[in-house]
Design a protein. Sequence first.
Length: 298
Amino acid sequence: MGTGIGVWESLDGGAHWAPRNGGGLPASFSVRGLALVPSGAGTLYAGSDSSGIWKSTDGGNTWAAANAGLPTPFVHDLLVDAANPLTVYAASDSGVFKSVNGGGSWSRASTGLPYGTLGSARALAQDATHPAVLFCGLFGSGVFESLDGGARWGPVFGNTGLASLNVRALAVDGSQVTLYAGTDDGVAAVSNYVTVASVERRAERAGLALAAWPNPMHAGSVTIQFALPQPGRASLEVFSVNGRRLRTLARGQEGAGAHVVSWDRRDADGRELTPGIYFLRLDTPVGARTDRLAITEP
């Protein structure tokens, strides 16, 4: 358990507690985030509000700083990846950071997240049944989702229905595909969040390309570029998260190479789409590519 006076441990279900602030941990260490490696034989990480991240490999008997590459000392939450014990995520006042070497070094993993005062990451959660799916709660900006291990983020359904964007805690029930968010307005829940990967490997090998920018976006038109390795029939379509086709942007014979399409964010009936998550799908005789597009509030 993390407290204002360090890390404490109970071996009897909480009846008794003992400090685990052995050698190395600063005396005034106030714990904001704590993460245990399930199969790590006593390996755990602690994040503080003034000293960054510290790591212990012996159950808290000794500690060492693990802050290389981390620009901020205020860490709100920590998450050890369910699929790889060497991968750790940190929620900080400067966004989300990721380590792939057990805390040896950190790099920014905040693409798609807001910056500045609206980019303070307060909570992290992972769908263990779909380990590539991560969630981040921000204070003032709501809940964001990543489908690729933190490489890119987008708002969960545009944060539609979330009464307060001040998010302080997250929890995931992967078996029910349900996410819970603790906010300044109480607890909110959303079900059937996106779990599919945004890149199809067969298409990647075939040399297809699909990209959209700005992404996330909130105003104006979206520029979409796709490339074909050889001439052939191709279709480019927009889908909702429920799989409903909303708009066909291109369909017919296309030449090899790059093609650019501008989309006004409207469906086939001319209605402007509401904020949320949408999917672009490129289908060709040699494979398909799918990319996720987030539309945010203006």
